[in-house]
Design a protein around this ligand. Structure first.
Ligand code: NAG
Ligand code: NAG
Ligand code: NAG
Ligand code: NAG
Ligand code: NAG
Ligand code: NAG
Ligand code: NAG
Ligand code: NAG
Ligand code: NAG
Ligand code: NAG
Ligand code: NAG
Ligand code: NAG
Length: 416
């Protein structure tokens, strides 16, 4: 092709790429969702998930999704200060009694307190004035690796060996992050441990149709294919995958990276098969008698956008776009995500006066993932399939008129 024609073709294909994008959430909505999250996150796993969501959304340079993740800067500048994330770390370490190895004492769960560990490690790395963070992170790691009950796989519960899909988001990302901040044998040992734990969990929880059960072993089980549980598993694997990919040892972990990629894709493609017409997944993904759950839907959609960037495979983007619209239409005028599962019962909808803290965080994870996806499309790093999201993506956004939309879409690209 002659150069001029070539560049016209390039411009046309970029326009086509742009037109496949939707607008994302308005910043005023994000603001409300974020402040509601901070107001109600209180349980260990909610705080850990909130810290991760705030990192990905507001301080992306510090998140494991960024090529600049390792090592993080020792001094954060005022424009990139991670203040809300470091506050969660400070509050947690300040409240931790000395006789607790876990970051949150007497939690009952083994994995959940560790979810705050990534923020604690970041606090240590960026504030050398107090050794409490490093000591607390080290004790949390010791508890996971050497004290908690296990059968090869480390238990999610402290009083018996029981494996929950949730564990995958709570502990392996912390173990891997800890490793990526070390060097040499300790680094490779911890990166491999994070991967190995995922692999052991998958051996027990994965069913033949590719979906994961929620809870196995121990005094009771939940054999259902819980949407949020599949989301925890896929999103936790994704964080470990990205940590491996951006660590200094990435080339030593090519096989692990390939397996994690396949395991995540398996959950995504198995789940989206069951997506309803309006974009939702059901709380028990493959049980048509179950109820719609916007929170698990949001978490799985966030992983879908991230994986499209990682693999360049955009075939599930239409599903993610439909899910995004569904999630957006479930955010009420005060910034609360509605139509969620009650995160403490797993099998009933949230009461009207009791929104889901983790659901609030999943909305932020979704927005952060979508922004990065849009940035990758705009920069030409990912080519959306021509068939991709334009039709499903613009249905719900009535304000996507031709001229305004591209400008508006470009606003998705982060300013910091
Ligand atoms: C990585 O961080 C830089 C800032 O250092 C930011 O501009 C970029 O958008 C981030 N990319 C991702 C994928 O998070
Ligand atoms: C941290 O960053 C936020 C957002 O950029 C800003 O509003 C706040 O003032 C900063 N805090 C400090 C202590 O620099
Ligand atoms: C948490 O913040 C308080 C008040 O700024 C400070 O005194 C304390 O040392 C901090 N904790 C850690 C672990 O740095
Ligand atoms: C370090 O942080 C801990 C927990 O917040 C606090 O109890 C301790 O006083 C701090 N030490 C110093 C030297 O600031
Ligand atoms: C708790 O541990 C910190 C840091 O190791 C130490 O400074 C402090 O004296 C200890 N507090 C108690 C009550 O033992
Ligand atoms: C804590 O931060 C220091 C750098 O300030 C680093 O050398 C050390 O390895 C960190 N500790 C952990 C457990 O990451
Ligand atoms: C590895 O970990 C051990 C025990 O935690 C520590 O003593 C050693 O200094 C670490 N080695 C490196 C290279 O960080
Ligand atoms: C992992 O990271 C490397 C180096 O940053 C990059 O070239 C590669 O595309 C990434 N993805 C995979 C699947 O390895
Ligand atoms: C990756 O998965 C394959 C197939 O299950 C397995 O044979 C192989 O050992 C795995 N690789 C690693 C590094 O675990
Ligand atoms: C989506 O469809 C399901 C099943 O009909 C329904 O329960 C749910 O309320 C719908 N959600 C929205 C936002 O329309
Ligand atoms: C994705 O595909 C585009 C277009 O073919 C290519 O330019 C880009 O390098 C690919 N990215 C990855 C991560 O493979
Ligand atoms: C377009 O995408 C949909 C949904 O992913 C898929 O079912 C269909 O086969 C695709 N059509 C073409 C022509 O690629």
């Amino acid at each position: 092709m002659a150069p001029v024609l070539y560049s016209i073709a390039l411009v046309l294909s970029s326009l086509e790429a742009l037109s496949s994008l939707h607008a994302g959430l308005d910043s005023s909505v994000i603001e409300q969702v974020r402040s509601n999250l901070i107001a109600i996150a209180s349980q260990s796993w909610e705080l850990g998930t909130a810290a991760e969501a705030l990192t990905e959304l507001d301080w992306p340079a510090l998140s494991v999704f960024n090529a600049s993740a390792f090592p993080p800067p020792h001094v954060l500048n005022s424009a990139n200060n991670a203040s809300d994330v470091l506050k969660i770390a400070n509050d947690t370490v300040s409240a931790k009694p000395n006789d607790s190895l876990a970051l949150v004492a007497n939690d009952g769960a083994v994995g959940d307190p560790a979810s705050i560990g990534v923020a604690v490690l970041l606090a240590n790395w960026t504030d050398s004035s107090n050794t409490s963070y490093a000591i607390a992170a080290g004790e949390q790691l010791d508890y996971l690796l050497n004290v908690a009950p296990r059968t090869g796989a480390i238990s999610q519960r402290s009083d018996e060996v029981q494996l929950w899909a949730d564990f995958i988001y709570m502990a392996p990302p912390f173990i891997a992050y800890y490793g990526a901040l070390q060097a040499g044998d300790n680094e490779s040992y911890l990166l491999q441990t994070a991967y190995k734990q995922i692999s052991l969990y998958r051996d027990v929880l994965r069913d033949d149709d590719g979906l994961w059960r929620h809870v196995a072993l121990g005094s009771w089980e939940d054999t259902t294919h819980w949407a949020t549980g599949n989301g925890w598993a896929a999103a936790g694997m994704l964080r470990v995958l990205e940590t491996l990919n951006h660590s200094s040892m990435t080339t030593d972990f090519a096989d692990q990276t390939a397996n994690l990629t396949q395991w995540i894709q398996e959950i995504l493609s198995s789940s989206w098969q069951y997506q309803l017409e309006n974009g939702t997944l059901l709380n028990t993904i493959d049980d048509s008698n179950s109820f719609a759950d916007s929170s698990g839907t949001a978490l799985l959609a966030s992983v879908t956008y991230r994986m499209a960037v990682f693999t360049n495979d955009t075939s599930l983007i239409p599903n993610a776009d439909k899910a995004f619209q569904l999630v957006e239409s479930n955010i009420d005028g005060d910034g609360w995500l509605r139509d969620t599962v009650d995160p403490e019962t797993f099998d009933s909808p949230s009461a009207a006066d009791s929104p889901s803290p983790e659901g609030q965080a999943f909305v932020l994870l979704l927005q952060a993932a979508y922004s990065d996806y849009a940035e990758a499309v705009i920069s030409g790093q990912v080519l959306p399939s021509s068939n991709s999201s334009a039709s499903s993506g613009s249905e719900g956004s009535g304000d996507d008129d031709d001229d305004g939309s591209i400008l508006r879409r470009c606003r998705l690209v982060r300013s910091h």
